[in-house]
Design a protein around this ligand. Structure first.
Ligand SMILES: *Cc1c(COP(=O)(O)O)cnc(C)c1O
Length: 402
C-alpha cells in the first residue's frame, strides 16, 4: 500500500492547485444559457493577456495540444504546401509526422536531440526561397523531450530579414504561461498550447492563438475540416458560445487558474520558473551529470532532461522513483529512452516541491547504480533557493549569456 503524497514531476499533466480543482466541482450547466457568456468572454479576454496578443484571437477546442497542432494546419494551409520544420526531439518529430500525414510537403532540418531551432539554417533556406514556396515555418518553442527552449523572436527576425511572408507556427504547449511568450511582438500566427501544462488544469482543451493573418488565410485555404474549423468557432465565440458542447467544468477551472496567473503576474511567473529551474540545474551540475540540452542558452525553465551516466539505465531511475518513492519523473522519449530522465518543473510549484523531486532523484539514481553523494543536489538547489529572487534570476541570466 502506498501512503502519503503521490508526487508528480512530469512535464504535463502538472499539479492542479486545490482551489482550481474545487472550482471545477460545479453542477452541470446550460451552455446555451443567456448568461453563459459572462464566463466565456472573460476567459477569451484573459487568455489574450497570457498570449500577449491584442490583435489576434484565442480559441479553445475540446481535445489536447495535439488537436490544436492539427487545427493550425487544417485551417491555414493547402494540401501539398511546402513548410519548413526542424526535428530535434519527440514533439517536433510528432508535429513533422502529422504535417506529412496531412499532406504537406515538409522540408525537415534534422538536428541532434538537444539542439535548438536552427535559426541560421532557417535564414539560409528562407533567403533562397525567392518565389515564396514555403508557406509556413514551424517552431517548437519548448521541446519538452529534451528540455530545450528556442528563441522564437530570432525566427521572426529571420523571416523579416528575408522579407518572407510564411506563416509562423509555434508549439508553445510547455512554454506558454510559464516562459516569456509574446504572440504579437514576435509575429506568431498560430500559437498552440493545452490545458494540462502551464495552465495547471486537467487535459481536455487545446488552446490556440490565431493572428489576423492566419484568420485571413483560413478564409481562403482548401484543407477540409469540420470539428476544428476556425470560422465556426470564431463566429460562436464572438457571442460567448461554442459550436458544440464545451467542457464546462474545465472552463470554470480555467477561470480560477487564469485568476491565479493574473494575480501572480506573468513576469513574476516567468521569474519563478527561472528560479526553480536554476535550482534543478544546479543540482544536476552537483551530481556531475550532463544535460540533454546542448548549451546553457537553451536550458528550459519548465523541464530539465538529464542524461544518466554510462551504465545507468534511466528507465530504472524512473521505475525506482515510482515504485519506492511514489514519484513520477518524466521518461526519455523516442531515441532518448533509457538514456534520459526528466524533471518537470512547471505550473503550480514551489521550492519545497523541487527539493522533493531532486531528493527522490538522488535516491533513485543511487539505487539504479549512479555514483551520487546524497544531499549534493539538494544542497546545490538550496544555494539557489536561499538567495533573494532577483539574484538567482540574475545569475541564471549570466549563465545563459555564457
Ligand atoms: C505535451 C506537448 C505536446 C502534446 O500535447 P498534448 O496535449 O499531449 O496533445 C505537444 N508539444 C509539446 C511541446 C508538448 O510538451
Amino acid at each position: 500500500m502506498k501512503t502519503g503524497t503521490q508526487h508528480l514531476y512530469i512535464p504535463g499533466p502538472t499539479n492542479v492547485p486545490e482551489v482550481v480543482r474545487q472550482a471545477m466541482n460545479v453542477p452541470m450547466q446550460d451552455h446555451r444559457a443567456p448568461d453563459f457568456g459572462d464566463l466565456t468572454m472573460g476567459l477569451f479576454r484573459d487568455l489574450k493577456t497570457i498570449f500577449k496578443t491584442t490583435t489576434g484571437r484565442v480559441m479553445m477546442f475540446p481535445g489536447s495540444g495535439t488537436a490544436c497542432w492539427e487545427a493550425a494546419i487544417l485551417n491555414t494551409l493547402n494540401p501539398g504546401d511546402k513548410v519548413l520544420m526542424a526535428r530535434h526531439g519527440q514533439f517536433s518529430h510528432l508535429w513533422v509526422e502529422m504535417a506529412k500525414k496531412l499532406g504537406l510537403d515538409v522540408q525537415v532540418v534534422d538536428l541532434a536531440w538537444g539542439a535548438g531551432v536552427p535559426v541560421n539554417e532557417f535564414t539560409r533556406i528562407l533567403g533562397n526561397d525567392r518565389h515564396g514556396q514555403i508557406k509556413a515555418v514551424f517552431v517548437t518553442h519548448n521541446e519538452t523531450a529534451t528540455g530545450v527552449t528556442s528563441d522564437v523572436a530570432l525566427v521572426r527576425r529571420a523571416l523579416d530579414e528575408c522579407f518572407h511572408d510564411a506563416l509562423l507556427f509555434v508549439d508553445g504547449v510547455s512554454s506558454i504561461a510559464c516562459i516569456d511568450f509574446r504572440m504579437d511582438e514576435w509575429g506568431v500566427d498560430l500559437a498552440v498550447t493545452g490545458t494540462q501544462k502551464g495552465f495547471m488544469l486537467p487535459a481536455g482543451l487545446g488552446i490556440i492563438g490565431v493572428s489576423q493573418k492566419a484568420m485571413a488565410a483560413s478564409e481562403k485555404n482548401t484543407m477540409r475540416r469540420c470539428f476544428l474549423d476556425f470560422a465556426d468557432m470564431a463566429k460562436m465565440n464572438d457571442t460567448g458560445y461554442f459550436p458544440y458542447t464545451p467542457p464546462t467544468q474545465l472552463l470554470h477551472g480555467l477561470r480560477k487558474s487564469l485568476d491565479r496567473m493574473l494575480a501572480e503576474g506573468p513576469e513574476n511567473t516567468y521569474a519563478r520558473h527561472r528560479r526553480l529551474a536554476t535550482g534543478v540545474r544546479n543540482a544536476v551540475a552537483a551530481w556531475g551529470l550532463e544535460m540533454c540540452a546542448e548549451h546553457p542558452s537553451l536550458y528550459s525553465d519548465t523541464v530539465t532532461a538529464i542524461r544518466t551516466p554510462q551504465g545507468v539505465d534511466a528507465r530504472d531511475v524512473i521505475k525506482i522513483a515510482y515504485d519506492r518513492y511514489n514519484c513520477s519523473l518524466g521518461s526519455g522519449l523516442g531515441p532518448l529512452n533509457g538514456k534520459v530522465f526528466r524533471i518537470g518543473h512547471l505550473g503550480d510549484l514551489n521550492e519545497g516541491m523541487c527539493l522533493t523531486a531532486i531528493s527522490i532523484a538522488e535516491l533513485s539514481l543511487a539505487a539504479a547504480g549512479a555514483q551520487i553523494r546524497f544531499g549534493s543536489g539538494v544542497a546545490a538547489a538550496q544555494d539557489v533557493y536561499a538567495e533573494p529572487v532577483a539574484r538567482a534570476v540574475q545569475r541564471s541570466a549570466a549563465i545563459a549569456a555564457e
